[in-house]
Write a protein that binds this ligand. Structure first.
Ligand code: XMP
Length: 358
């Protein structure tokens, strides 16, 4: 089993309150009816040719299921929802309505990439919702990690629901359910039942990649022409940067998390660590330390770097980042990111630490 499948399982178990598009999948309880069991004879999609065959079959099936009706999809920009969007665009074009909720906790460039890839390049019917102020206002002053998660998850559903209510004639809800979601699903509930959404907003589900494992979803995504940065992106928690801006989130520290994360990702990519290290990110705590810049005393926040490897996210080891690279990243972060005067490297494995700080 590939690491990402394992990873998916664990985080689904621990996290019922996600903030991105895939989150709706987890909130929903799936039905173990026919069609939800991967046949033993189903060939693993390991090549582009097999992916093309799958895509053709799915397009035919999606057209048969949807007819001339409309489909709604929460598009986070994560692998699963992006692949579902790309498949549906091929199958039913403008009958698909994608909703991308920018909750302000995404990484640098992510909302822009969703708009660019889906609206500009794929001509998708995309509703972009700028909900940044709304989320940050709700989160103001909330320091407890699980409370932050709950607020983000609940607010996401509320925003999505509001958008759904504005639309006429939607009969289907597409979800990026993948096979590990089904294997991990803990209940059999009624068909058309989407958890999180109110009773009067129940749609028939469209789940074209529900029998696929993560590596197959990636192969299909690549074959559909999605960019590598979307298809092969490292795991990113639903509550996003919200759990990396420790304690009560402030815009100032959130910006520092976003900017330092972008620098870390850029340097990892330049130095061959992208795709090699399982997960890497920065964290900004809510305390300051004294420093000195241009001969003047500073009192600013530190950035903590985390870079770990794992097969199942239950345990993790720390990447042995070359010291020269750490120094370079430190120099860049302290000179390019506002309100930061110190960089630390978290060398703690899991256990005893968790991967995320919150
Ligand atoms: P921890 O911190 O528990 O993280 O060692 C294990 C993996 O799960 C991810 N993670 C989350 N993913 N929603 C998610 O979708 C969450 O609330 C959440 N919390 C942690 C984390 O990034 C790591 O890959």
């Amino acid at each position: 089993m590939c690491i990402n499948e394992d990873f998916g399982k664990i985080w689904r178990k621990r996290c019922k309150q996600d903030a991105c598009g895939e989150i709706l999948n987890r909130l929903s309880r799936r039905i173990f009816m026919q069609g939800n069991v991967r046949p033993d004879t189903m060939e693993r999609i390991t090549t582009k040719a097999l992916a093309e065959k799958f895509i053709d079959e799915q397009i035919a099936e999606l057209r048969a299921q949807i007819g001339d009706k409309k489909v709604l999809l929460a598009l986070s920009g994560g692998v699963d929802s992006s692949v579902v969007a790309a498949l549906l665009i091929k199958a039913v074009g403008q009958q698909l309505v994608c909703v991308h909720v920018n909750h302000g906790l995404l990484r640098k460039g992510e909302p822009e990439q969703v708009v660019d890839v889906f609206r500009n390049q794929m001509n998708a019917n995309l509703i972009y919702v700028d909900a940044v102020d709304r989320f940050l206002d709700k989160l103001a002053g909330v320091a407890e990690p699980e409370k932050k998660r709950k607020i983000i998850g609940a607010e996401f559903i509320r925003v999505f629901e509001e958008e759904a209510r504005k639309l006429d004639g939607i009969e289907f809800l597409a979800q990026g359910t993948i096979y590990p979601d089904i294997l991990e699903s803990d209940g059999v509930k009624a068909h058309h039942n989407v958890g999180g959404l109110p009773e009067d907003l129940r749609f028939e589900l469209v789940e074209p990649v529900k029998l696929l494992f993560k590596d197959e979803v990636r192969m299909v995504g690549k074959t559909l022409g999605l960019p590598d940065s979307m298809v092969f992106r490292q795991p990113f928690p639903g509550p996003g940067l919200g759990v990396r801006c420790l304690g009560a989130i402030t815009r100032e520290r959130l910006e520092a998390v976003r900017e330092s994360d972008a620098i870390l990702r850029e340097e990892f990519a330049k130095n061959g660590l992208e795709g090699k290290v399982w997960q890497y990110f920065t964290v900004v705590p809510d305390f300051k330390s004294v420093g000195v810049k241009d001969g003047k005393r500073t009192f600013a926040y530190p950035v903590i770097i985390r870079a770990v490897n794992t097969t199942d996210a239950m345990t993790a080891t720390v990447e042995d980042i070359p010291f020269a690279l750490l120094q370079r990243i430190t120099a860049r972060i302290t000179s390019e990111v506002e309100n930061i005067n110190r960089v630390l490297y978290d060398v703690t494995p899991k256990p005893p630490a968790t991967i995320e700080w919150e």
